[in-house]
Design a protein around this ligand. Sequence first.
Ligand SMILES: Nc1ncnc2c1ncn2[C@@H]1O[C@H](COP(=O)(O)OP(=O)(O)OP(=O)(O)O)[C@@H](O)[C@H]1O
Ligand SMILES: [Mg+2]
Length: 205
Amino acid sequence: MLILNKFIGHGATRICFEHPQDATKCIKIATSSKNNKQLLRELEAYFSIQSYLSEYLLKYENEIISTNQGPGLVCELLRDDNGSYSKSLDYWLFQNKIDAEIISQLWHFSYCLIEHDIFFYDFNLKNFIIQKRNNHKFLYYTDLKSFENYKSWTFLKLEKIITPLARYLMIKRLRRLFKTLKISINRAKKHSLKECFCMAYPEPG
Ligand SMILES: Nc1ncnc2c1ncn2[C@@H]1O[C@H](COP(=O)(O)OP(=O)(O)OP(=O)(O)O)[C@@H](O)[C@H]1O
Ligand SMILES: [Mg+2]
């Protein structure tokens, strides 16, 4: 059994530790056993969408391992060139450092989701990590458990069978992300992406 003691970060339902035997990997643990199924959901999502989004995803190992903190999901650990853990998008926003390089990757990431009907619904800033490598910044989407899982009773899961509804709900969430980052949808370079955004949910004003 692996003993985890190097804390990296946490979200609402999971904690991330450095792998004790491999500093290039991290292990995600659910904070409560009722959340363990989220680890499997993330793994399943990874293997079904990997080929469409690989540049924005971490690499995952295809098994759940045993640790002193409970079952764990092993994936790549993001570090910057200086060896420190890469920081999530909320840090970059707080530092006022969301630049063109990050924005273009966010556009492209959104474009890939819409183009391939890959439906995620949780775009909170901590789910994105920016890695600084070779004088460039690389965007990663590190939390896949919202794949085809819209957590609201409003539409009674109709989005699972009505693709345009799923697309609408996802684009609404993406728009909220861009608004939080103070990025105007009108700056979307790819026209098809801009049209997708505007058709689904016109920007006020
Ligand atoms: N591969 C990684 N490398 C570095 N840090 C990571 C990595 N994966 C996750 N983290 C950090 O750990 C935090 C928790 O991970 P994750 O988002 O999977 O937890 P969660 O509880 O499922 O999130 P949520 O609050 O969105 O439900 C992330 O917000 C991120 O800051
Ligand atoms: Mg998260």
